[in-house]
Design a protein around this ligand. Structure first.
Ligand SMILES: C[S@@+](CC[C@H](N)C(=O)[O-])C[C@H]1O[C@@H](n2cnc3c(N)ncnc32)[C@H](O)[C@@H]1O
Length: 184
């Protein structure tokens, strides 16, 4: 695992990470959950959050869309442990599942998910193209994939020959839109 993938050590300190990022990513997480809730997925549909960290996005999705089943994967065992504890504390462990895995080698069958999301993780992936291909493998035909990250980083997630588009995302009061969404 590279230093970048380990977030220069922070990935092993899930509690500190969660405390640090809430003020920065809280609005973005709410926006992602609202986008998923508005996607019109049927009850029982499955959503995957790639590079979930301490699992804040899956919990927000589960609250915003009570009919969905949500999985989160992360390279860091410390993050996944923290995410599981958060789900249990929130009473959501029955609908939200966390697994230690690399986005480029996922332990899921082809076409398992109806929607894949990822938030502020792509810029850490060692091989973004491999991650995108693997995420597309576990997505059902016609399913959607939304990768949210800093706009300057999103280009790394574009894969030659696979159609995608990028759009800016408003997440707060800042006049500058720093975050974007790469849509597959
Ligand atoms: C900045 S954190 C974002 C966490 C969460 N998505 C959020 O918005 O709070 C990036 C996460 O990506 C994870 N990560 C980095 N490379 C990964 C990979 N190849 N596969 C899975 N997770 C990865 C890190 O362990 C870390 O938890």
């Amino acid at each position: 695992m590279s230093l970048h993938e380990r977030m220069f050590g922070l990935a092993g300190h899930a509690g500190a990470y969660q405390w640090l990022v809430r003020p920065f990513f809280g609005k973005l997480h709410g926006r992602v959950a609202a986008d998923v809730a508005a996607a019109g997925l049927a009850d029982g549909a499955r959503v995957l959050d790639a590079g979930t960290g301490p699992g804040l996005v899956p919990l927000a999705i589960a609250r915003a869309a009570p009919g969905l089943r949500v999985d989160g994967v992360d390279l860091s065992a410390a993050m996944v442990e923290r995410a599981r504890r958060g789900a249990a504390a929130a009473g959501l462990a029955g609908r939200v599942t966390f697994t230690v895995a690399d986005v480029a080698a996922l332990p899921f069958a082809d076409a398992t998910f109806d929607l894949v999301v990822s938030t502020m993780s792509l810029h850490h992936w060692a091989d973004p193209a491999a991650g995108v291909h693997e995420l597309r493998r576990v997505l059902r035909p016609g399913g959607r994939m939304w990768i949210y990250d800093a706009r300057v980083a999103l280009r790394r997630g574009e894969v030659p020959g696979v159609p995608s588009r990028r759009e800016a995302v408003r997440t707060g009061r800042l006049p500058v839109r720093l975050v974007g969404r790469l849509i597959y």
